[in-house]
Write a protein of this length. Sequence first.
Length: 144
Amino acid sequence: MLNFERLKAIREDKDIKQEQMASILGVKRSTYSLWELSINIIPLKHLSKFSDYFNYSIDYIAGLEKERKHKNQIKGLNLKTLGKNMKDIRTKKGLSQENIAEILGVSQACIAKYEKGIISISTNNLYKFCKEFKISLNKICGKE
């Protein structure tokens, strides 16, 4: 399961207050606080922005690896790149959109929209996808 306890540790290590971090991410402090407490899961676009701000890998922030940084990490989150990477993995495995929809518990239409970069996959579902196919969050998001 996803664990974002490192959000707080990273923020505090850099002497940044919750209010400042929330402002950097463009959210309310109360919203950010719920992410640190793991009550809510940080949306992918905000996770990417957090990653970019500190230049840490998404996998490190999510507690999936010990290495903080990746060399030449690419900033930003491009939904079309993310969708293309998801589709490439799916097709290499010989799976249909329906197969992926079943794994993630969403509709086939959602998978089609993810793959076209029309909508963003939830952080939790992207984590499930990455665990299923043994790929890093950073890599599938096109950040390396």
